[in-house]
Ligand binder design. Structure first.
Ligand code: GCU
Length: 419
């Protein structure tokens, strides 16, 4: 029956009315009773009793997320060419080296270009780095005219001056406050960022473009990777590059992302052990928020509005959250014992701020099992009272966005764990 439903789901066009008629629940009283899967118990009911058991349970959990949600990403068996596009040795008041490099991924005659912008603090032998995708192009996070305007497909946006799915430089620097690079550099951290549409344009294209196009020889099935997995996969290619860059501390790389890119950041950290820290900003449904709570965006709603984000099997759980063999606290648990910070915004109910916090609480037994603190509190913290254990959390005032306040907590969290 499961298979039949999935087969049908794959061929039936998704009814737009589902998305239009959806009324989100924002009432805590109406959150249904639910039981979360125990991260420390195997699917067969056996308890995790040793570190070796946890390694096996971790693999089992990773498979569940791959097979039932994000899709299985291919191993990278192609080549990467690196071309420097620009370099400024005196960036940010002379405190940083800024570079833009083109990473050309090539496989079986197909190529994809990722244009990466990096800032490395000067006078630091090996700098820890934040690695994160941006929404509107590298040129939006700095005023520097040397930074290219992306040539990749971009969603039209009247405010940004983006028409015909092309970016324009009218909004150079418009995201400077969302990426406070000067503060990062002043505190000894570097940043590597690229436009997420370089990796995979964010529309339902039948998985024919972006990095999916490098693997057109592979037959797709209900487990195949969606766009969130593709963005995470692209982040790993950035790490392939960063590993060879002098001045980068490859043991201290933090992946960071906002919203859909926060979902991608968490998945990137789960599949790529080269990340030793992850930061999720308002990642919501499919990110840090527990699916079973059905508060704000739900599994059905996300699969309907964004049919290309996850694999086909995830649609089976539309309105069937209790049948999920895992929930999002286990995505956090997959990152244990590494530090993870989860940030919510009080008015961002769509992303279920409380559900994001409860995920960290429910991941904590795994941290404790591994001898770490996890989340130090189990009561939802007050507004703008950050909590920082191995798992960190805050809920700030205001709505959806990655703001200066959020970054200041990330820098403190990095200081706490890395200095
Ligand atoms: C939509 C979507 C969310 C997503 C957000 C974003 O609101 O429903 O799941 O996180 O876009 O990426 O900004």
């Amino acid at each position: 029956m499961k298979k039949l439903v999935l087969a049908l789901a794959a061929f039936l066009p998704l009814a737009p009315s589902l998305a239009q008629n959806f009324i989100p629940n924002y009432d805590e009283e109406k959150v249904p009773d639910y039981v979360l899967p125990d991260p420390l118990r195997f699917a067969n009911g056996q308890r995790v009793e040793s570190a070796a058991d946890w390694e096996n349970r971790k693999l089992e959990t990773l498979r569940l997320f791959e097979e039932e949600m994000f899709g299985i990403s291919p191993a990278w068996d192609g080549q990467m060419r690196v071309q420097e596009l620009s370099r400024n040795e005196e960036a940010l008041g002379g405190k940083a080296v800024q570079r833009e490099v083109k990473l050309t991924l090539e496989r079986k005659g197909q190529t994809v270009d990722l244009v990466l912008l990096t800032f490395l603090p000067k006078g630091v032998d090996k700098a820890p780095m934040f690695v994160g995708l941006n929404f509107y192009g590298n040129h939006t996070i700095s005023m520097d005219e040397a930074i290219q305007v992306t040539k990749s497909w971009i969603r039209n946006n009247a405010d940004m001056g983006y028409t015909n799915n092309q970016a324009s430089d009218r909004n150079r620097g418009s995201r400077v406050t969302n990426w406070p690079v000067q503060d990062m550099v002043d505190r000894g951290y570097g940043l590597a960022t690229l436009y997420y549409g370089d990796i995979d344009p964010d529309f339902d294209d039948g998985f024919a473009n972006g990095v999916h196009a490098l693997f057109l020889d592979e037959v797709r099935n209900e487990n195949s990777w969606g766009s969130v997995a593709a963005w995470a996969w692209g982040i790993s290619r950035v790490v392939d590059y960063l590993e060879d860059v002098p001045g980068v501390d490859r043991g201290r790389l933090a992946v960071v992302g906002h919203s859909r890119l926060g979902k991608a950041a968490l998945w990137a950290a789960a599949v790529d052990p080269r990340f030793s820290m992850a930061i999720s900003n308002n990642s919501g449904c499919g990110g840090a928020a527990l699916s079973r709570r059905r508060f704000g965006e739900t599994v059905e709603r996300i699969n309907t509005s964004f049919p290309h984000w996850f694999n086909q099997r995830f649609r089976y759980y539309n309105k069937e959250e209790d049948s999920l063999p895992m929930d999002q606290h286990q995505l956090i648990a997959l990152l244990a014992p590494n530090p993870v910070y989860i940030a919510s915004a009080a008015d961002d109910l769509w992303a279920d701020p409380k559900g994001e916090f409860l995920s960290a609480v429910a991941a904590t037994p795994v941290y404790q099992f591994l001898g770490k603190e996890g989340m130090p509190v189990s009561e939802w913290p007050s507004i703008e009272v950050p909590v920082m254990g191995t798992l960190g959390y805050h809920v700030r005032t205001g709505g959806h966005g990655m703001l200066y306040y959020d970054w200041m907590q990330y820098l403190d969290f990095a200081d706490k764990h890395w200095k």
